[in-house]
Design a binder for this molecule. Structure first.
Ligand code: 2AL
Length: 164
């Protein structure tokens, strides 16, 4: 789809086309309401600006759509297949790395009360494990900020891919 096509869609249809980017109805609605877009760059910029307004509540809501790192997303919907693709590098990982991720995920969830979120695309399993260990040292406030940044990166990558 091109930005021009996106501009022309009905509101419900335009919302449907963005549904896989993030499980946050308010972000999708605001981006659809901000049409028309003169270019892909301005669309992405608006998506990014709107995502910078997310808070902890938004993070908890959006996490429902992100399986743990190392846990294969089930289902045949678009989000599950995007997630499998993003996490491709860990799906090939050896069992030692997978076990280390499982145990790190459990420690993280105990410490912060939510699933560890990281932009997986472009990162190896080892890199994600190192990030997981580093972020376990964060205080809750800095960690929430990092997780929100990662959610924004994942969403913007998915948004960009929607328009190619
Ligand atoms: C994910 C996911 O499914 N895709 C991605 O980039 N990160 N999950 C996660 N827990 O970080």
């Amino acid at each position: 789809m091109s930005p021009e096509e996106f501009n022309q869609l009905s509101v419900p249809e335009a919302k449907k086309r963005l549904a896989h980017c993030v499980a946050l109805e308010s972000w999708i609605e605001a981006l659809v309401a901000a049409r028309p877009f003169a270019s892909l760059e301005s669309l992405l910029q608006t998506g990014d600006r709107l995502a910078r307004g997310w808070d902890g509540l938004a993070l908890d809501k959006a996490l429902s759509a992100h399986p743990r790192i190392g846990e294969k997303a089930r289902g045949d919907d678009k989000e599950a297949s995007l997630s499998r693709n993003e996490q491709g590098s860990v799906q090939q990982a050896d069992s030692e790395l997978k076990q280390a991720l499982r145990s790190g995920n459990a420690t993280y969830e105990q410490r912060f009360g939510r699933v560890f979120l990281i932009r997986a695309k472009g990162r190896s399993g080892e890199e994600m494990l190192a990030e997981l260990h580093r972020r376990l040292g964060n205080d809750p406030q800095s960690e929430q900020r990092e997780a929100l940044d990662q959610l924004r990166e994942i969403t913007l990558l998915r948004l960009r891919d929607t328009f190619q």
